[in-house]
Write a protein that binds this ligand. Sequence first.
Ligand SMILES: [Zn+2]
Length: 276
Amino acid sequence: MIQDIAPHRLHNEYRPQIPTEDSLFICARGRKILIKEEEGTVIFPSFRELDEKEQEREFVYLFTVDSTAFFLGEEELSFEKQGYSWENVQKLRTLRPRHLAFAGVTGIQLSRWYCTRKFCGACGNRLEMDKKERMLYCPVCGTMEYPKICPAVIVGIIDGNRILVSKYAGREYKKYALIAGFAEIGETIEETVKREVMEEVGLKVKNIRYYKSQPWGFTDTLLLGFFCDLDGDGMISLDEEELALAQWMEREDIPDEGDEVSLTKEMMAVFKEGIV
Ligand SMILES: [Zn+2]
């Protein structure tokens, strides 16, 4: 999966520092990221490519991968002149090396958070950065903001030798998926599983069991994967606003769609292989 980068390691502890020559930058703009791509390899802009005046600026520290520190890049930096271009963040699903692609996706999530939390939502004052933890606070009214991480479920509904697969309506992603959705206020994650399945396909489920989780920086999400069993009738009632298709698929008919990064695909693969 996208986060499986061993023996490389993401150090996400908050240890503000200043860049070194080898430090890299995540420059994000909407759904685009500033990178170079050379034969499937991703290259991020580096500190040494900045001019002298730019190097004197203060930069926001993000995290470290192995021993390389990443910083928040700002749009007005001169990287575009060095041959970097704005690419769709979805490209990071396939670029190599995987540990740098994962750094890019994680950086996009943090960058989006910093860029949309400049001012206090309660009183409008400029937020300041805390020194001890990754938190922004308002010096006037005390409001605190932490990075946006939205819990969501991915659900593999099993009925004997078949699993329920779906395709999203109106999204970029066109391959088979499992039922998925965000947790709502006031519910346990198991209740999220039951509610999303009922809303999207009109089915009841039982024996909900946790599989694995996955940070999914593309959408500020922490995905929690569950398998469960169909409870009762398997007749699908499709929510056509959310889904273009939902169908029962036999274990051996699950296609290999060449996606090694998503929890959804791993869950479909382990079901196909009979591991769950
Ligand atoms: Zn405030």
